[in-house]
Write a protein that binds this ligand. Structure first.
Ligand SMILES: CC(C)(COP(=O)(O)OP(=O)(O)OC[C@H]1O[C@@H](n2cnc3c(N)ncnc32)[C@H](O)[C@@H]1OP(=O)(O)O)[C@@H](O)C(=O)NCCC(=O)NCCS
Length: 178
């Protein structure tokens, strides 16, 4: 897929040159503890980082299925990742947006600035609805979803993951009118 550029960021596919940064981000429990169901297993080495990068190149990559490096234009530093992926175990091919940043890149608005144009592109590519779920106490991520204008569906039993989640979503129409 083509690059997405914003005022401060370039969203681009990962390459092996990013492996050390990927390892730095994913070896941190403070980051990965929010990203999936337990057990949370920190990334161990550069081989794992390269395998993680390879993963994003597999399958039908495009705006509704991708994980992109959020590169800060001014510094060239990769702040983190923004993604749209299939919801695991989804019955109707639902898609979810996600984001995570290196702790050194939190607090600048990068996650929100990155996710908005990617969701724009996903809807432009024909997506009907975007979902976003998080642990109920992930207030930083809920704030991103709210800043984006996704609709707060509350803390509910998660249809796809274990336990309760704080769910947000928007249809194409809701996104356009937010
Ligand atoms: C969730 C996460 C991405 C949020 O990061 P974030 O930096 O707080 O979110 P944004 O990038 O939207 O930045 C917003 C913050 O930047 C601040 N900011 C500073 N300069 C800014 C600017 N020029 N423009 C916009 N916001 C700016 C905002 O005020 C806000 O800070 P506040 O929350 O203290 O008010 C981050 O905490 C993270 O990676 N957590 C671990 C992984 C995770 O939980 N991922 C989500 C799983 S569901």
């Amino acid at each position: 897929m083509t690059l997405i550029e914003t005022e401060r960021l370039v969203l681009r596919p990962y390459t092996y040159d990013d492996a050390e940064r990927v390892l730095d981000i994913h070896s941190r429990l403070e980051v990965i503890r929010w990203l999936s169901d337990p057990p949370f297993v920190p990334m161990a080495d550069l081989d794992e980082a390269r395998a993680w990068i390879d993963n994003w190149g597999e399958g039908d990559v495009g705006p509704t299925n991708c994980g992109l490096a959020i590169e800060v234009r001014r510094t060239g530093v990769v702040a983190g990742t923004v993604m749209i992926t299939k919801v695991p175990n989804a019955e109707h091919d639902e898609r979810q947006a996600g984001w995570h940043l290196h702790p050194d890149s939190v607090g600048h608005g990068y996650a929100t600035e990155a996710a908005a144009p990617l969701i724009d592109e996903a809807f432009a590519a024909g997506l009907d609805e975007i979902w976003c779920g998080m642990y109920p106490d992930n207030h930083a991520s809920a704030a991103v979803a709210k800043r984006l204008g996704l609709i707060d569906r509350g803390i509910v039993p998660d249809p796809w993951y274990d336990g309760d989640s704080h769910l947000f979503s928007a249809t194409a129409e809701e996104w356009a009118n937010r």
